[in-house]
Write a protein that binds this ligand. Structure first.
Ligand code: UGA
Length: 438
């Protein structure tokens, strides 16, 4: 089996490495020469646990190759499309430029017997349009959405919760081809659903919309908790014990960011409006607003504490949009830094993996080389991303390395009692403030 993957970003690079690890002759294609150069050396262009090993294994064995020359896809049995679909500038809709360009670039090189399988997240209706564009070549199209989470991308690709194939009516050949590709995964009993194009496209965006809604639901409860003196973390534990609700994705805090949930819920609303269903997804506007309000709240809390203390220096721990990632796209932590800095505060941040990406996204940000360096002169310590190393900090140690005695936990990830016992005022999002132990 010969596999090609167009697009070597978070999705494509992981998918290509995973395909090679299943024993297929795999080719990764991208227009970015520098990215391809790194991948050829077995180096991922971003931080993703487990990926370096998988890349080195594939590149070393010669089963995984990378190129900028799309004509090398000739002879592939399956060509996956894994390019980005970012938010369009000046609009909420998805920008399909890269998907369209990928398909156009393939047209001269595909024919009868080739399966083009889309993995990118696209507005409903895209697959049908692309299938018609491809049809004259004799190749077939399937839509095979991907549900991987950054930070767990390798695991999610090789051991997914489910596989979804969107295929044209009665296209049994494409189903059989995908079954052959995923045979090692299906053999472990993984659920596999065969649906039409529109369903496959909707499965992907509705899954992300549901997850975003779950996060904003608990963050709405956090807003209320702040007013009535409730503790949203206990509330989440209590409602999460109901198996129908479930505890996962009920972590209140700074809310969701990244390259997927924010732009996907916006693109989903924009597409629904085009289809005359603006009201149907109107609640997603609220989901977005609740999410963004948590960043306002964090900035307000930090400002309030600085005013009380007569200081202006903030140590921000964490810049990535979530732990185990160096991705700062739409990162709540970085957004808070930007707004504090715009408000004249002096921010010094630390992140174990995202220093480089954050530095590129916000060149004026002072990024420290260590936690100690970040907190040394701070008046207030803020937690923006719940990396394990921040969770494991010993607050009594921290107290010896900084004059700050206020910690604002934007992810409700620190053990508030321990921090209070070590002399800190602990302020969470949606939780009663905890005073330092006497
Ligand atoms: C998300 C989905 O979880 C994946 O299933 C999907 O494949 C992917 O988007 C995609 O469309 O490509 P990802 O963006 O990697 O994955 O990150 P998540 O783990 O979903 O986290 C998203 C954001 O929500 C993070 O900023 C995280 O901090 C935040 N979050 C998550 C919360 O604020 N609370 C929670 O309880 C969970």
């Amino acid at each position: 089996m010969k596999i090609a993957v167009i697009g070597c970003g978070y999705l494509g690079a992981v998918h290509a490495a995973a395909m090679a690890s299943l024993g297929y002759d795999t080719l990764g294609v991208d227009v970015d020469e520098a990215k391809i150069e790194r991948l050829r050396r077995g180096e991922p262009p971003f931080f993703e646990p487990g990926l370096p090993e998988l890349l080195q294994q594939g590149v070393g064995a010669g089963t995984l190759r990378f190129t900028t020359d799309v004509s090398e896809v000739v002879g592939s049995d399956v060509i996956f499309i894994a390019v980005g679909t970012p938010q369009r500038a000046g609009s909420d809709a998805a920008d399909l430029t890269y998907v369209d360009a990928a398909v156009e670039s393939l047209l001269p090189h595909i024919g009868e017997g080739t399966l083009v399988a889309g993995k990118s997240t696209v507005p409903v209706g895209t697959a049908q349009r692309l299938a018609e564009r491809i049809a004259p070549t004799g190749a077939a199209l399937a839509w095979n959405p991907e549900f991987l989470r950054e930070g767990f991308a390798v695991e999610d690709t090789l051991a997914p919760d489910r596989l979804v194939y969107g295929v044209a009516d009665r296209d049994d050949a494409s189903v059989a081809r995908l079954d052959a590709v995923y045979a090692p995964i299906l053999e472990r009993g993984t659920d596999r659903l065969v649906v039409n194009f529109a369903t496959a496209e909707l499965v992907k965006v509705s899954a992300n919309a549901f997850l975003a809604t779950k996060i904003s639901f608990i963050n709405a409860m956090a807003e209320l908790s702040e007013t009535v003196g409730a503790d949203v973390t206990q509330l989440a534990d209590a409602i999460g014990l109901d198996a129908r609700i479930g505890r996962r994705f009920l972590n209140a805090g700074l809310g969701f960011g990244g390259g997927c949930l924010p732009k996907d819920i916006r693109a989903f609303q924009a597409r629904a409006a085009e289809l005359g269903h603006g009201e149907t997804l109107g609640f997603l506007r609220e989901v977005d607003q609740i999410n963004l309000r948590r960043r306002d709240r964090m900035v307000t809390l930090i400002d309030r504490e600085l005013a009380r203390l007569g200081g202006d220096r903030v140590a921000m721990l964490g810049l990535a949009f979530k732990p185990n990632s160096d991705d700062v796209r739409d990162s709540p932590a970085l957004d808070v830094c930007r707004r504090l800095q715009e408000g004249g505060r002096v921010v010094r941040a630390f992140d174990p993996e995202a220093a480089e990406t954050a530095g590129r996204a916000m060149p004026t940000l002072d990024i420290a080389g260590s936690i100690d360096e970040a907190i040394r002169d701070a008046d207030v310590i803020a937690l923006g991303t719940e990396w394990q190393q921040f969770r494991e900090l010993d607050p009594s140690e921290v107290a010896t390395r900084t004059g700050a005695r206020v910690v604002i936990d934007g992810r409700n990830a620190l053990d508030a009692k321990r921090w209070a016992a070590a002399g800190f005022t602990v302020i969470g999002l949606g939780r009663p403030e905890m005073a330092p132990a006497a």
